[in-house]
Each structure stands twice: as structure tokens, then as C-alpha cells.
Design a protein. Structure first.
Ligand SMILES: Nc1ncnc2c1ncn2[C@@H]1O[C@H](COP(=O)(O)OP(=O)(O)O)[C@@H](O)[C@H]1O
Ligand SMILES: O=C(O)C1=C[C@@H](OP(=O)(O)O)[C@@H](O)[C@H](O)C1
Ligand SMILES: [Mg+2]
Length: 185
């Protein structure tokens, strides 16, 4: 479902995956390496509400957050040459999946549960969806959410890779794809 109207080289790249897999950190790094602008959808939503995500959830509720998430993604994914990291819950919405898959190259950052659970201390304060859940409930959510991440164009498993290694792998694989599908004359 790659967009046939836009050159592959011009298409924006979207990172998806469960909370904390590294979409924001790796997205930023890939943007630097490709000299592109980076857009973090959570950050854009926070700027618009002028409050952190946890406060948006508390004050306005998840539904309002999800509506804003959809409109932000709709507008950014139509722009070219961006590197876009979406929140881990964005692909719950079929409309968002369709928008991203038809306008952009969607990269799934995959991390196994055993690696992910070592990161929980880094995440719990800023991820409202994790708060008030037990580790067992988070594990269940982790596995249930895998289904929505099966909608992607490309995937990288980041177990045992640091941020630079993942970013280099992504940049290299994009360059290979661009050269194969759109060889420079
Ligand atoms: N490949 C990696 N190896 C180790 N730590 C990582 C890696 N990628 C991200 N992190 C760390 O995990 C935490 C969550 O990363 P973040 O980019 O915010 O994830 P996401 O945007 O997917 O929720 C951060 O503290 C970040 O430094
Ligand atoms: O998975 C989710 O439902 C969410 C993930 C978060 O983004 P990250 O995946 O960047 O943590 C953020 O959008 C919000 O807290 C909800
Ligand atoms: Mg993020």
C-alpha cells in the first residue's frame, strides 16, 4: 500500500511500536542522519494543550487525546520528507493506520517483552496508559497491542541494539530500498 503518486525518496517515514520501544529517540536520530525535520506527535499534542500527556489524559480524557492525535497525524503524514514518531496507541485507530500506510513509509520498532520490561522505570511517570496497571496487565497489553503493529512496511528488532545502531540500520535499509525501487538515472 505504498503511495504510488509520490517518489519513495520524498515520502515521510513514520515510526510505530509499543510505548518505550524508542520511537521518539530513534526517530530523532534518523532525522539527523537523513537531514530531515523530526515531528513527534505526542510533543505536538502537548504543545497545543500546553501540558504534558498525563495532564491531558487527566483533564480532558483519553478520547480527546485520541481525536487530536488523529488530526495531527492526518496533517503531518500528508507532508513530505518528514520523520514522524507517533504514540504507541495511534495505530489502534484504523483511520490512522490507513492514513499512514497510504501516505508514508511505516517502520515498526519491535522489542521483545523481556527487554521492554527492563525499561519500565524510565516510562511509568510519563505514560498514563501504564499507570494504575500491574506488570501482568502491562504484559497483557503489550501482547494484545502487537496485532496493531502488524500493519507496517518495514520492521526492525531492536533487542541488544543501541540507538545509533538501530538508526544506522534503518537509514541503510531505506537507502537500499530507494536504490532498488527508484534507481537514480
Ligand atoms: N535502542 C535503545 N536502547 C536502549 N534504550 C533505548 C533505546 N531506544 C530508546 N531507549 C530509551 O528508552 C526510553 C524510551 O524511549 P522513547 O524514545 O521515549 O520511546 P517511545 O517514543 O517509543 O515511547 C528512553 O529513555 C530512551 O532513551
Ligand atoms: O500507547 C499509548 O496508548 C500511548 C503512548 C504514548 O506515546 P509513546 O509510545 O511515545 O510512549 C502517548 O501517545 C500516550 O501516553 C499514549
Ligand atoms: Mg515517544
Amino acid at each position: 500500500m505504498i503511495n504510488k503518486n509520490t517518489s519513495l525518496r520524498m515520502q515521510s517515514i513514520v515510526f510505530i511500536g509499543f510505548m518505550g520501544v524508542g520511537k521518539t529517540t530513534i526517530g530523532q536520530k534518523v532525522a539527523q542522519k537523513l537531514y530531515r525535520d523530526f515531528v513527534d506527535i505526542d510533543r505536538e499534542i502537548e504543545k497545543e494543550f500546553n501540558m504534558p500527556t498525563t495532564e491531558i489524559f487527566k483533564t480532558f480524557g483519553e478520547k480527546v487525546f485520541r481525536e487530536k492525535e488523529k488530526s495531527m497525524i492526518d496533517s503531518f503524514s500528508k507532508q513530505q520528507l518528514k520523520i514522524i514518531s507517533v504514540g504507541g496507541g495511534a495505530f489502534l485507530q484504523e483511520d490512522i493506520r490507513n492514513i499512514c500506510l497510504s501516505n508514508c513509509i511505516v517502520f515498526y520498532l519491535d522489542l521483545s517483552w523481556d527487554y521492554w520490561k527492563e525499561r519500565i522505570g524510565l516510562l511509568i511517570d510519563s505514560r498514563p496508559v501504564l499507570q494504575s496497571r500491574t506488570l501482568e496487565e502491562i504484559e497483557e497489553l503489550f501482547y494484545t497491542r502487537q496485532e496493531i503493529y502488524s500493519y507496517h512496511h518495514s520492521k526492525v528488532n531492536t533487542n541488544d541494539l543501541d540507538v545509533d545502531e538501530v538508526a544506522d540500520f534503518i537509514v541503510d535499509s531505506l537507502k537500499v530500498a530507494w536504490d532498488i525501487y527508484e534507481p537514480l538515472k
